[in-house]
Write a protein that binds this ligand. Structure first.
Ligand code: VG1
Ligand code: CO
Length: 562
């Protein structure tokens, strides 16, 4: 396919708008969080451009005219980030965008992009990231669109983009425009559009200062509190250094792997016990720091650790909610707590104690936007190491880490003692997720189909001491706009409240990943000291019996257990 250019403007020596003819690519449907593919897929001529033009084409009808509006653009700095940013800038100018605010070097963490969109009243933003997926020339790349509230576009918009990618025939870009220098702060013009290169950290750091007690956290470090923040070679590095080592006076070296690298140093920038092994090792033993934390490729995920102690994300959400009023930004209490369906019910127990609503949404941050905008929820969380609040419309890794640090400083407690006290008060939700990665797509689809077929017959069935009370495919009706999202995961709810949930990942780029979520409640006066996999053993066996995972996947064990 050769670009067939036609000039629509002819000023000499100035960039001119060019319409490049193109043909649709298959498979440009955004998943849980935008369009994610191998870098090599994005490197095909016109691939990124088609998707971006589809976005620009549908926005006027879905949201309102783009002409003269401000867009925010930035990414997590992975391989292909710079190329993509330059292409998007030219396309934005050719599509009549008034101004683009872009982070220096083309960088913006996902939560910082959300903060910038909100603070500057932008029309929306384009975020370049494949988040926790590996990077580099053979790794993954991704693109997603966020709306004016700073949050991921709802399904109505992502589906409209996808529909447009199916019949796209051309895209608008500039001919004769040199790449812009994105490494210097300041304002330049690009064919009538203003490009403002902004400090990617400034707005975000100011927002954190408004929410947390920086004096108390400074005092915690001054008293000798020791922390290790592992940025995993990704974009949280500059943010964490500026806030922790800069504003809070933590010793230099508190942030490790703090230089954002195009390939994350070859690591998988996914902060969980399976991938953050270096941090787990550093946090074990008597000489370990008091507080450990990590964040993912685009800095929206968080992992929290104490000395020899790892906090489960579902517990983290519940604990932050229970202690929220100790933190300045949440002093007046919470309007509600929202969690994705597979996330444990620990947060619901806290919501009940606080007398506030507990919301259960499908997987993916886009489903929290309406609840936050409507003031019905203040804190949100997912089991996948994502926690956030109404301060932005994305999950926010460093925010969650600062929230914990603020609690350590305010209470003088350790991470472990806070969690153990939480279990003593509310009970413990033993929780684990088993991922079966790289299943051939047809096999994974067949497994889910077989599971769905059984649903009508499962309620009332017994498996040893376990009895299935309810079995369904989760469907969500948004309480604010009434939109319905169905087939969001198969749930087996057992008598007594234990759960097993099955769904296929919507962020992978190779084959299919089956996620099996396992949860069992142990009351406040029960045994909170069992190894998690032991405590869940009967549920793990039940999951395999009902879904025939080994048989239908062709694999003998999960590839990742968190
Ligand atoms: C995963 C997680 C989900 C999260 C999504 C994006 O999606 O399970 O909770 O919202 O990633 O997070 P899936 O469809 O693969 O299960 V990120 O930090 O990758 O933007
Ligand atoms: Co992420």
């Amino acid at each position: 396919m050769s670009p067939n250019a036609s000039m629509t403007s002819t000023a000499p020596n100035a960039p001119t708008v060019q319409i490049v003819s193109t043909r649709p690519f298959d498979g440009q449907r955004p998943g849980t969080s935008g369009l994610r593919k191998k870098v090599t897929v994005f490197q095909q001529p016109h691939y990124l451009e088609n998707f971006v033009q589809a976005l620009f084409d549908i926005l006027p009808e879905q949201v309102g005219t783009l002409a003269g509006q401000t867009l925010v653009v930035g990414g997590d700095g992975r391989f292909h980030n710079r190329v993509a940013v330059q292409a998007i800038l030219k396309m934005a100018a050719a599509n009549g965008v008034g101004r683009v605010m872009v982070g220096r070097g083309g960088l913006l963490s996902t939560p910082a992009a959300s903060a910038v969109i909100r603070r500057h009243g932008a029309y929306g933003g384009i975020i370049l990231s494949a988040s926790h997926n590996p990077g580099g020339p053979d790794g993954d790349f991704g693109i997603k669109y966020n709306i004016a509230n700073g949050g991921p576009a709802p399904e109505k918009i992502t589906e409209a983009i996808y529909a447009r990618t199916r019949d796209i025939a051309g895209y608008r870009t500039l001919e004769g425009a040199a790449d812009l220098d994105l490494d210097r702060l300041g304002t330049t013009a690009l064919a009538g559009m203003t490009v403002e290169v902004i400090d990617p950290v400034a707005d975000y750091a100011e927002l954190m200062e408004k929410l947390f007690d920086f004096d108390a956290m400074r005092a915690w470090f001054a008293r000798g509190g020791r922390m290790r923040m592992d940025s995993m070679g990704a974009i949280s590095g500059p943010y964490a250094r500026a806030v922790l080592e800069g504003l809070l006076g933590a010793p230099n070296g508190t942030v490790v792997n703090g230089e954002p690298l195009e390939d994350f140093g070859g690591h998988h920038p996914d902060p969980n016990p399976a991938h953050a092994t270096e941090l787990i090792a550093a946090m074990s033993g008597a000489g370990a720091p008091d507080f450990g934390a990590a964040s993912d490729g685009d800095a929206d995920r968080n992992m929290i650790l104490g000395r020899d102690f790892v906090v489960t994300p579902s517990d983290s959400l519940a604990l932050l909610a229970a202690h929220a009023t100790k933190v300045p930004g949440y002093r007046d209490g919470l309007a509600g707590i929202a969690r994705s369906m597979p996330t444990s019910q620990a947060a619901d127990v806290v919501a009940q104690a606080l007398g506030i609503p507990a919301w259960e949404t499908p997987t993916g941050w886009k489903f929290f936007g309406n609840l936050l905008d409507a003031g019905r929820a203040t804190l949100c969380g997912e089991e996948s190491y994502g926690t956030g609040s109404n301060h932005v419309r994305e999950k926010d890794g460093l925010w969650a880490i600062l929230f914990w640090l603020n609690l350590l400083a305010a209470t003088g407690e350790s991470v472990e003692s806070l969690v153990r006290a939480h279990w003593k008060r509310f009970g413990r939700h033993y929780y684990s997720r088993h991922d079966w990665e790289g299943i051939p797509t047809e096999r994974a689809d067949a497994l889910m189909a077989a599971l769905r077929e059984q649903l009508p017959t499962l309620a009332g069935r017994r498996f040893g001491a376990l009895e299935i009370a309810q079995a369904d495919d989760f469907s969500y009706t948004d309480p604010v706009d009434g939109s319905v999202s169905s087939r969001q995961g198969v749930r087996l709810i057992l008598a007594g409240g234990s759960r097993v949930v099955f769904r296929l990942s919507g962020t992978g780029t190779e084959g299919a990943t089956l996620r099996v979520y396992l949860e069992r409640f142990e009351p406040a006066d029960g045994d909170h000291d069992r190894p998690t996999q032991d405590a869940l053993a009967d549920l793990i066996a039940l999951a395999d019996t009902v879904a025939r995972i080994r048989e239908l996947s062709g694999q003998t064990a999960p590839t990742v257990i968190t």
